[in-house]
Each structure stands twice: as C-alpha cells, then as structure tokens.
Design a protein around this ligand. Sequence first.
Ligand code: NOJ
Ligand code: NOJ
Length: 618
Amino acid sequence: MLFKNLLLQTSIVLSSLSEQGHAIPTLEKRATLDQFITSENTVALNGVLANIGPSGSKSQGAASGVVLASPSKSNPDYYYTWTRDAGLVIKALVEQFSVSKATNLQTVIQNYISANAKLQTISNPSGSLSNGAGLGEPKFNADFSAFTGAWGRPQRDGPALRATAMIAYGNWLLANGNTAAATSIVWPIVKNDLNYVAQYWNQTGFDLWEEVQGSSFFTIAASHRALVEGSAFAKKVGQSCSVCDAQASNVLCFLQKFWNGQYIDSNINVNEGRTGKDANSIISSIHVFDPAAGCDDATFQPCSPRMLANHKQVTDSFRSVYSVNSGIASSSGVAIGRYSEDVYYTGNPWYLTTLAAAEQLYDALYQFNKAGSITITDVSLAFWKAIYSSAATGTYASSSTTFKSLTSAVKTYADSYVAIVQKYTPSSGALAEQFEKSGGQPTSAADLTWSYAAFLTMTNARNNVVPPSWGAASANKVPSTCSSGGATGTYAAATNTNWASPSTPSTPTPCSAGSSIAVTFNVLAKTVYGENIYVSGSTSELGSWDPTKAVLLSASQYTNSKPLWSGSVKLSTGASVSYKYIRKSSSGAVTWESDPNRSLTVSSDCSASAPTVNDTWR
Ligand code: NOJ
Ligand code: NOJ
C-alpha cells in the first residue's frame, strides 16, 4: 500500500531513481516530495536559528546577532560570519517573519541589525568606515573582531545584500506603524551600505565564491537591486539617496555586459579560464526576482528568455561532471554545483545551488501565471524543448492547453531538482554545504546556514509565497551608452539601536549660507619623473577650466603599487561641480583626461563627514 501510494505521488523521484539504476530507496526516503518539503522546512528553520548568536544551539560563544556560516570549526573552519551569507540568510528570515509574525524571528532580525551597526565601524584589512572601504570586508570573527588572515578581499556584494535584508525589515516596520525604528535605526546603517555600493560598484573585487577577482554578475545584480530599493526606502523615511539615483542606471547598463548572447558569463574583466557558466547567475536571478515584474531580460527576471536559456546552459554544464548525474534524462533535474571546473573539496554538487535551480523555475511559474501568458522566443526555445519536446516559438495565453502543458512541465522539472536534494539529504534532515559527486554523501561544512536558508526560500517560491516588489518594473530602462560612474559616498557610524524606544531621527544640520567644505581629491595616476597631476574644474576654486589655474595635487603618498596623487580644495556647500584631472610634463605640456567630465555634488549637510572622491586616471 505504501509503495502504491509512492508510485502515484512520487513519480518524479522514482523515475529519476530508476533511471540511475540505484537501489530501492530506504524507508525514510519513501516520503512524497511534498511530505519531505514540509518536514525539511522545519529542520531548515531550526537549522538557521541554531547558527545565530547568542542563543542558537550551535553557536554558543558567538556574539548577539552573529550569523555563523556554519558551526564547523575545522575542515573547513566556517566559524565566522560572512556579510554575504548573513545578508541572504536574514533576507530569508524576514520573508519567514512577514508570514509567520513569530516574535523569536523578529528578535533575531533586530539583533542582526543592531550588531551590524557596530560591525560597520570595525576597521579591518579592507579598510575602515571613513571612506567606506571597510564595508567590503568579506568575513569577521564570531565575536565581531576583524579577521586579519589572508583572504580574497574585498567582496563588494556584502553591503548590497545587507542593505536589501535590512530594507526588507525596514519596509515591514513602516507598513506596521513603526516609522521611528525604520528611520532612526535601520536607515543610518542602510545608508552607509548604499553609499558604498554607489561609490565602489565599478571597481573589481572577489566574486561570491571568493576566488576570482574581476566583475561578478551576482555582485552587480545585487548592487542594482539595492540602489533601486534603497532610493525608494530613503524616500519613505523622509530622506533621499541621490547617489543611488545617480548610479542605478549605470549599474544596470553594466549588468547587460555579462550576457554573451547565449548565457551569463558570470565573471568578466578577468581571464579566469572558465566557460563562465556558473550558479552565480541562477542565484542572481532568484535574488532579483520581483513578483511585480514581467519576464524582463534587462533585469534578468527568472522567467525572462535570457534567464531560461541561461538556466539550461548552466544546469547542462553539470550533467557530465558528477557521476550522481549520470543517466539522468535531459528533461529531468540534476545535482548542481558552483561551476563545472570547481575543485574546492574536489568539486561537488551543493545543496544551495541545486535548490536555487528549482527556485528560479518556481519564481518563473509565478510570473507566467501572473502575466497570464508565456512567450517562447528563439532565445528560450532550447530550454522549453528540453522539457516539452513540441515547444515552438510563440505566445500562449493561460486559457490555452499549451500554456497548461508548459507550466506543468516547468513544475515537474523544478520538482525534480528538489527530489535530487531529497535523495541526498540524510534522514536527520541536516544540510551540509556539499554532497559528494559520486556517492552523494554530505561533505564539507556541516549545517551550512545558507543551505538551510536556500531551502526556506525554495519552499516559499514553490508555495507562491512571494516577497514584496523591489521596483524592478520601473528600473529596467537601459541607457544607450554606459557611464562608468561611481559617486563619492559619505559615511557615519550608526549609533541608535534601542528597539524599545527608538529616538526621533537626527536631522541633517544644513550648512550655513555661503559656507564651504574641504573636498579631498584622490586619483591613482602613474607618472614619470617630472610630471605632475592637477585637478581642474568648473568652479573658480578649481580654476574655471583654465589649466594654468588648476590645483596641484601632492605625490607624498605615491608608491609604485599605489600611484596616489591627493589634495584638498574648499568648495561651496551644495555646489554641483564638474572636474577632470590634468597631467603636466616637465616642459609644461598639458594632457587632459579622456571624456566625459567627472562630476560631484558638494554636500549641504554640515553634520556629515568631509567628502572624498577616489578616482583613477582615464
Ligand atoms: C575558501 C573559499 O571559501 C572557497 O570559496 C574557495 O573555493 C576556497 N577557499 C579555495 O580558494
Ligand atoms: C564558501 C563559499 O564559496 C562562499 O560563497 C561562502 O560565503 C563561504 N563558503 C561561507 O559559507
């Protein structure tokens, strides 16, 4: 009887098992997929909470609000908090909390936010808060002290992900009448992270897998989302984020460069010797999923033709590299790793990437149903043909039988990825980081917090429990030419973390009329002996574009590895200034930087710290 039930209800699991010629599954594996998801979801929520200090059952000794990557202290040692993992985990918890309203979750979220107000101020090998650079540090010790060992740093996705997690809770506070906490506790922390993103998005850094120094699709996609929702959140708390507004479309423009016509090349501006097919892109798509957006290619929505094509290219790249995948039909899901060339722990499938492959498809289903149609284009046709062989280009309304066949094929296909996770999850439900490519045994870090969070978000997507919109549908206009941009951020320690009675927000102190403020110009420019670098610009203090009146910068901090020219100029508060650097040779010949002019707006908030621009000679 049990077996008959199983046949009816778990055809996916069974067919993939029998295709692989594996032995009869053990009893606990005979739960249907639905039963597995229900019970595993509880394990996953407990698994996340166990790893968060100070009272998580597996995080004794971690500071309040620390989200450990894993309790594992050796092979590998993951007893640290990564800004990326923590941001994604808290984003998932806010999603849970919005549904369950469980007060224990709210406490965890608030502890995380309070802890990060402090964490932002900790100087570390990436730098400090004064010019924002320290916000790009990838990980900290479990007591929140800086980790000073060698590491792939900076990782610029962290501030964007932290901002998104906090904005999610901030929006919940606003919607539930707690404007004071959103304004005086959440906003000052978010503001630093948004300024970081606006200032540094165009500089290279390490990818989410901490290996490749270049431009990572995930980082840029997360940056775009953070700037767009950050600007909207600022307005809701009575502030503004002008650097967000100035940079968001530049970031979106750059994001398009990762699409190579067939798939996302996940790492660019680097020659890493890989195909670029990487779960990076699938995780990006679920991160930028917006339930109010259409199947938009420009913002890489889960249902977009580009991201469906990419889903097939990335998932197919794992079919032949793991023996757990051998013999599985191309219409069925497989175990997914980070990227096929991976050698970390010999290169295995990961739970969180396999779950992400499912989640993208559940998100896409939500979007198809909401749109009321599916359009198959030349770009997405191969994806569709693999799961529905008679698929053809065209638009299919939800009333058509083709729409029903297509959506049912996507659902079955998505479920088949979760069935892979079910198959390789031990009966305890514990989710490690990886499972072995040949035998499927859990390996690398045990109880990976991110694995559990990935299970929670997959489950919600499968149940059509979707997060609020972040504004993708009105932030998808790609400028015709990309500007490299990079605004100058202002940073200040966030000091208010009293959730019981958040004080009224501090208002900016307007500068008095006619005042000026010293702006520091830093530019990296290689020079030969006898050459000097000047800053020239549109205002009288910068010589009104007359090169003979430009301001000479100092080379006192110049080194071969960091060719820094620097100087301060007093500029009128509130002024909009255009500028460029010029180079003068020993004979007096002047070379201007290439176009366009650079620009900055001098703050008119005299309580903020003095601004600095960090540029590189063009
Ligand atoms: C540790 C990082 O966390 C991991 O992503 C990377 O693959 C290994 N170091 C090897 O560089
Ligand atoms: C290695 C992963 O590659 C990276 O993405 C993650 O942040 C750390 N492990 C911690 O989980």
